[in-house]
Design a binder for this molecule. Structure first.
Ligand SMILES: *[C@@H]1O[C@H](CO)[C@@H](O)[C@H](O)[C@H]1NC(C)=O
Ligand SMILES: *[C@@H]1O[C@H](CO)[C@@H](O)[C@H](O)[C@H]1NC(C)=O
Length: 326
């Protein structure tokens, strides 16, 4: 089965077409100040010099597309036990990518449904951030569209997205969904808040073909991360807090889930991404691909040499008891 059939399987209900869907494996870890996982090209560097964007330095990538040296980041999810200890929640591969070692699924979507419209691929040096790590209320989170969670009843569940962390155990894990804005000012590769050079459609959504605002007229692909957190080891209700709250907490200390966020640094070689977006290809033979096994071999050495697995007294980078949100 090629990636497009897999995508069709997973996305049939959404009516997405001509998208790129692929898997990234083996997250590296970087302090930021809170713990993040990073996947993609191995040139990721916690200092990330903007004058040397990733493709010029990476020698391999954890992507299944070999020409993609971009970096994709999210926060890391922890389980907080009744005794106050924390354990990192493992990730599991998404539907269709079962051989991958965790990681996340990345989509670049040129259009949805039957309305074809051309998108402009990101440019070298482009980066963006979406979401706000310190959001703790629905109101704050509502500033962003489509940063959500899916409580997986099984691996195929794709309905019932919420802005906050699921309140009940999710039998097949929690999928965090991070969708980036799809309109660009056409000039700035970045901005001080890493967000104001991009915008959401002025009405409707990317999916509904909504137009870009005059300030951000250039339509870019819908970049979308799905990260499946394998909560199954922590789903027994007797492990959950006695007050009935849910036990999962993001690495920045967020128990509400409203602080969901993701970062992106573009790093495709040459015009590979633009070509893929233009051609609405099915198996994209013109894109150089590699097996998940090859991708698994490319792992950045973890850049923070701290204990990050096993039971911990505090979330790395945070003081004990710094989580908030109840
Ligand atoms: C990260 O990049 C900086 C600046 O380009 C460089 O000085 C440093 O050696 C790099 N660190 C690693 C671990 O590659
Ligand atoms: C805390 O609770 C977890 C989960 O029940 C347990 O595995 C761990 O050993 C406990 N840690 C301490 C320090 O008691």
């Amino acid at each position: 089965m090629n990636w497009k059939s897999l995508a069709a399987l997973a996305l049939a209900a959404r009516g997405a077409n001509g998208l790129l869907r692929f898997s990234l494996v083996n997250p590296g870890i970087a302090p930021s100040p809170h713990l993040h996982q990073v996947v993609g090209g191995n040139a990721f560097n916690t200092t990330m010099d903007p004058n040397h964007p990733p493709p010029s330095q990476a020698s391999c990538t954890t992507c299944t597309f070999a020409d993609d040296f971009s970096n994709y980041w999210t926060a890391v999810l922890y389980f907080r036990a009744r005794n106050g200890s924390y354990h990192r929640v493992p990730q599991k591969p998404n539907v269709g990518f079962e051989q991958a070692r965790g990681g996340m699924t990345i989509y670049y979507i040129p259009y949805i449904g039957s309305t074809k419209s051309s998108v402009t691929a990101f440019k070298p040096g482009f980066r963006m951030l979406i979401g706000q790590a310190d959001s703790r209320t629905r109101e704050e989170a509502s500033r962003f569209r489509q940063l959500t969670y899916t409580c997986l009843q099984n691996a195929m569940t794709r309905t019932g997205e919420t802005l906050d962390m699921p309140k009940q155990p999710c039998p097949a894990g929690i999928m965090a969904n991070v969708r980036f804005p799809t309109c660009w000012d056409g000039k700035s590769l970045d901005s001080p808040d890493h967000m104001s050079h991009v915008a959401y459609p002025s009405s409707g959504t990317f999916e509904s073909g909504g137009p870009c605002p005059a300030s951000h007229p250039v339509k870019v692909p819908q970049l979308f991360y799905e990260v499946v957190w394998d909560t199954t080891a922590f789903n027994k209700k007797e492990l959950w807090p006695e007050d009935g709250s849910q036990p999962f907490v993001w690495s920045q200390g967020d128990t509400t889930g409203y602080g969901n966020h993701g970062d992106y640094v573009f790093g495709w070689k040459g015009d590979a991404l633009q070509k893929a977006m233009d051609s609405n290809c099915d198996s994209c033979p013109q894109l150089k691909s590699q097996s998940i096994a090859q991708a698994n071999q490319c792992s950045s050495a973890a850049q923070v040499h701290e204990e990050i697995d096993g039971w911990l007294d505090a979330i790395p980078g945070l003081s004990p008891g710094m989580e908030a949100g109840h």
